[in-house]
Ligand binder design. Structure first.
Ligand code: NDP
Length: 319
């Protein structure tokens, strides 16, 4: 039986529809939420990511500014950029696109972002709030995954959830959100023993490994929900043949382009799982949607007194 495909683009559109209402009520209070993106240097992948975040702002009618210092910038100079954005009243959210050049102390920069404007949810104050289960700005990718669960009616309470990966930006906050939603959570990493056996016990698998197709059908319990966070580019024809043996259209597209984006989950898992997110078109669109949602939330919280007459109370996060 083929898995239900959890369509990230459709869920993103649903969220954008709701955000449009919030943006309109903020506008009635004279507030236009604004996002500042700091893009240091010339990394082509970072440029693509920032471009799609700015495009999302434009689509929704949020204000956006881009600050593009050169790759030679020092930590002190970049700190001054962040502090300037912290002071600006028209900036509600600040995102510092990673990676930063090696001479810059990335931790110092991220810690300098005003927690009230930390729309990536990376600041230790916001991470602490998440651990304590208090409303806060939560990292975008894991909160996007929670939207997939909620809007696809996937039951988390009492479920065995296995999170593959323990990074600060995906694995750890994902595990915390699942725990707060009353799942029983196991976190796996490169030192985990008997990984296939652990995954096979899961009702819910969230894969955030950065390892193309590592989760294969033998790993997955029939009927499980599988969320594929991984984004990996493959260019080896033999690997593509293995990936797309049952997906002739994707194989043909690979042959034409010479590359393809794949997740951490092998596409054949769709034959075993109960529900699965595709790559592309699964988690990715939700990451940007949650960045937009966090920017609006940050505007509401920071400029709340001016908007309180017309804007509903902030929903508690985590849910
Ligand atoms: P990291 O490299 O920071 O973390 C990877 C995690 O996977 C680590 O905890 C690592 O373990 C674990 N891991 C790696 N190899 C194995 C293995 N063979 N067995 C068990 N565990 C393993 O990656 P990120 O969390 O930043 O990203 C993960 C993936 O998600 C990437 O493909 C990234 O591109 C993608 N991503 C997608 C986003 C989206 O919007 N869809 C957003 C962010 C990321 P250890 O800690 O022991 O090293």
């Amino acid at each position: 039986m083929a898995a239900r495909i959890l369509d990230g683009n459709a869920i993103r559109d649903e969220i954008y529809g709701e955000l449009a209402g919030e943006i309109a009520s903020l506008a009635a209070a004279g507030i236009r939420p604004g996002l500042a993106a700091v893009l240091v240097g010339d990394n082509p992948a970072s440029r693509v990511y920032v471009k799609s975040k700015i495009a999302a702002c434009e689509k929704l009618g949020l204000a956006s500014i881009q600050v593009t210092p050169p790759a030679t910038i020092s930590t002190a100079e970049l700190l001054a950029v962040v502090q300037d954005l912290n002071r600006r009243d028209d900036v509600d959210g600040i995102l510092v696109q990673l990676p930063l050049p090696p001479q810059v102390d990335a931790k110092k920069i991220l810690d300098a972002v005003d927690p009230a404007k930390d729309v990536d949810g990376f600041h230790p104050i916001n991470v602490g709030h998440l651990v304590a289960g208090r409303p806060t700005l939560v990292a975008c990718t894991p909160s996007g995954v929670m939207e997939i669960f909620r809007r696809s009616a996937i039951l988390l309470e009492g479920a065995n959830a296995v999170v593959l990966g323990r990074s600060d930006i995906v694995g750890k906050p994902m595990a915390l959100l699942l725990m707060h939603a009353n799942a029983t959570v196991t976190i796996c990493h490169s030192k985990t023993r008997n990984l296939p056996e652990v995954i096979r016990r899961a009702d819910i698998v969230v894969a955030a490994l950065g390892r193309a197709g590592m989760v294969t059908p033998e790993f997955v319990r029939p009927g499980a929900t599988v969320i594929d966070v991984g984004i990996n580019r493959i260019s080896d024809p033999a690997q593509a043949e293995n990936f797309f043996a049952h997906f002739p259209e994707r194989l043909a597209a690979f042959r034409e382009k010479g590359t393809a984006l794949v997740g951490d989950v092998h596409p054949d898992v769709a034959g075993v799982a109960g529900a699965i997110t595709p790559v592309p078109g699964g988690v990715g669109p939700l990451t940007i949607a949650m960045l937009m949602s966090n920017t609006i939330k940050a505007a509401r919280l920071r400029r709340g007194s001016r908007a309180s007459a017309s804007v509903p109370a902030v929903a508690a996060v985590p849910r």
